[in-house]
Design a protein around this ligand. Structure first.
Ligand code: SME
Length: 154
């Protein structure tokens, strides 16, 4: 299982790096990342970015059912990841205080902060699964690595 996941991430990383090579438009790169991950990874029920705009998280490129338009920094899983600057891996969304339910079929999620070369927070990547406990350290490492490569952050 974890071997397959790592192999799937390796394939996604190669595709994403090739697609984003030389690109300088952040939204275009976000759309490409979502397009690859959502279609190639198992159990990715909702995959998308919330961009930091005027100190809020505003919906960016995504695939899946309709997401919330904007989220306050500090609120929900996305807002917590943005406020803390740290990836949040949530085994069961019902156990996360203040979780924002855009689609009640989401059972677990991972939210990764996205920084640029200067270290500024530009977005978060949010992935939801219909299965409990779908995300672990492998997802954290692989997603952080892809995002750091594409956007130049840490
Ligand atoms: N679950 C998120 C809200 C965004 S949706 O899942 C698309 C949260 O609590 O931050």
């Amino acid at each position: 299982m974890s071997f397959e996941k790592e192999r799937d991430y390796q394939r996604c990383r190669a595709r994403i790096e090739a697609l984003c090579e030389g690109g300088d438009d952040q939204i275009a790169k976000m759309a490409s990342i979502v397009g690859v991950l959502h279609n190639e990874m198992n159990n990715f029920f909702w995959t998308g970015f919330y961009r930091v705009i005027e100190e809020r998280l505003v919906i960016g490129p995504y695939q899946g059912t309709v997401g919330c338009l904007s989220i306050e920094i500090g609120k929900g899983v996305c807002g917590t990841a943005a406020a803390m600057g740290e990836t949040q891996v949530v085994e069961d969304v019902h156990d996360f205080p203040g979780h924002i339910a855009c689609d009640e079929r989401s059972k677990s999620e991972i939210v990764v902060p996205v920084t640029d070369e200067s270290g500024a927070l530009i977005a978060v990547l949010d992935v939801d699964s219909m299965e409990k406990g779908a995300f672990d350290e492998i997802d954290r490492e692989c997603l952080e690595r892809i995002l750091a490569h594409v956007f130049g952050g840490r």
